[in-house]
Design a protein around this ligand. Structure first.
Ligand code: ZN
Length: 196
């Protein structure tokens, strides 16, 4: 297991457009293996090549966090030279990023996407994702174009504030078992706090 250093916001590498992978070399395969280790160690659900200082178009994603079976939860996608081929609908997502530690942001994303890319064996796959999974793939894809979620977020807050608000809302809904705080409630509460 080899961990790589994660590039942090402010490093110009994160703001540049990455170049296509011309050939899947052992170096790319090694980088992918290290990126998986680095992502899991940092408790992330995705990591893109520029986040470990490589200016090439590939990323790793492990997006099925809510899947019931372990195999699906542990499924890791390697996306080399990915292309988003279809977008549908919109959703507001709460996002964090290993390169923007300590913050969360509210971002508009398509609700459903299709994305194709090549795996380490050189085989092309096309997948369809919606909801959280679609967000993960859009977020990682953006890294390859030098876009951080914090560049396009409608609002941002610290992880501490986010946890505080979640706790507040849990208390508020404590009597109502069915009420789950959704994104919009969390960010509305943040606005109220800003105005106070
Ligand atoms: Zn990120």
């Amino acid at each position: 297991m080899a961990l790589r250093n994660i590039t942090i916001k402010g490093d110009e590498i994160l703001a540049k457009k990455c170049k296509p992978v011309k050939e899947i070399t052992p170096r790319i395969a090694e980088a992918c293996a290290d990126m998986v280790d680095t992502m899991i160690e940092a408790d992330g659900v995705g990591i893109a090549a520029p986040q470990v200082g490589i200016m090439k178009r590939f990323f790793i994603a492990m997006p099925h966090v809510d899947a019931e079976d372990e195999e699906t939860r542990n499924k890791i996608y390697v996306m080399i030279n990915p292309e988003i081929t279809y977008k549908e609908g919109t959703q507001e997502s709460s996002e964090g990023c290993l390169s923007v530690p300590g913050y969360m942001g509210l971002v508009d994303r398509p609700y459903k996407i299709r994305i194709k890319g090549t795996d380490l064996q050189g085989e092309e796959h096309e997948y369809e994702f919606e909801g959280f999974e679609a967000t993960v793939f859009c977020h990682e894809y953006d890294h390859l174009d030098g876009i951080l979620y914090s560049d396009i977020a409608k609002d941002m807050m610290t992880v501490e504030e986010y946890s505080e608000i979640l706790r507040e809302l849990q208390e508020k809904h404590a009597d109502d078992e069915d009420a789950d705080s959704d994104n919009s409630e969390i960010w509305e509460r943040k606005k109220e706090r800003d105005e106070q």
